[in-house]
Design a binder for this molecule. Structure first.
Ligand SMILES: [Zn+2]
Length: 236
């Protein structure tokens, strides 16, 4: 089994397990998969490579919204949400991506963690804010205790959006691109949301790999064939 990717400072945290699958491990996306059975097997192998029992996998349905749900026991799928939080070691939070950003937040004090799926819609709707709010509401987490990991996903040099995004996002998250298009820095937009709620700058790490540039990960923009990589987060 090829090694999964992780975000270095989070990987050193004692009470959380997290990782991202690579293209080498196969697609983790069930929707539109030609062979869903194979995807299920890929997911199970990925979990086992992290020493997480496959039965723990609890998938966030991901509808490009900003809703976060609390999970207290493993269930195959939580519909209509783009983020999950838990403090139960028997639950492995799981979501799939192909350019959208995984957001991971972990509270070592309450030993609670969250995973969210942030595309431009979820980011505009405040999914990073909602993730922090859910940890606070459900577990009493304080923003200043949180460790945050952002990405991998499409980077600010590659994510072309239309000129209408000038009205959706603050100018400092946008740069001029080719042909009147704009380039959106989704990681920075989410980082700003975490900072605004009091997460400490040194505790927010952005994964450097860009899905559009690296063929180690799937990218919808590069190859829109339904392939997805996965993020898995579990507290020990
Ligand atoms: Zn890029």
């Amino acid at each position: 089994m090829p090694a999964f990717l992780s975000i270095p400072p989070l990987a050193n945290e004692r009470w959380i397990i997290h990782g991202f699958s690579t293209a080498e491990m196969g697609s983790m996306g069930i929707t539109n998969a030609p062979d869903p059975q194979k995807v299920t097997e890929n997911r199970r192998r990925f979990a086992r490579s992290m020493h997480v029992p496959p039965e723990a996998i609890t998938v966030a349905g991901a509808v490009h919204g900003a809703e976060i749900a609390r999970v207290d026991r493993p269930v195959p799928l939580v519909r209509e949400v783009d983020g999950l939080v838990t403090d139960r070691p028997e639950v492995a939070l799981f979501a799939t991506f192909a350019d959208c950003l995984p957001l991971i937040a972990y509270d070592p004090e309450q030993r609670a963690a969250g995973l969210a799926h942030a595309g431009w819609r979820g980011t505009e709707a405040g999914i990073a804010r909602n993730l922090v709010a859910a940890l606070k509401r459900e577990y009493g987490s304080r923003a200043e205790d949180l460790r945050v990991g952002i990405g991998p996903g499409i980077c600010g040099r590659c994510y072309e959006v239309g000129p209408e995004f000038a009205e959706r996002f603050p100018t400092e998250m946008l740069r001029p691109g080719a042909d009147g298009k704009l380039l959106l820095d989704l990681a920075e937009a989410n980082r700003q949301q975490f900072l605004a709620l009091g997460v400490l700058p040194r505790r927010i790490r952005v994964h450097s790999l860009c899905t559009f540039e690296s063929d180690r990960l799937f990218s919808h923009r590069r190859l829109p064939d339904g392939s997805r990589f996965a993020a898995l987060v579990a507290v020990r």
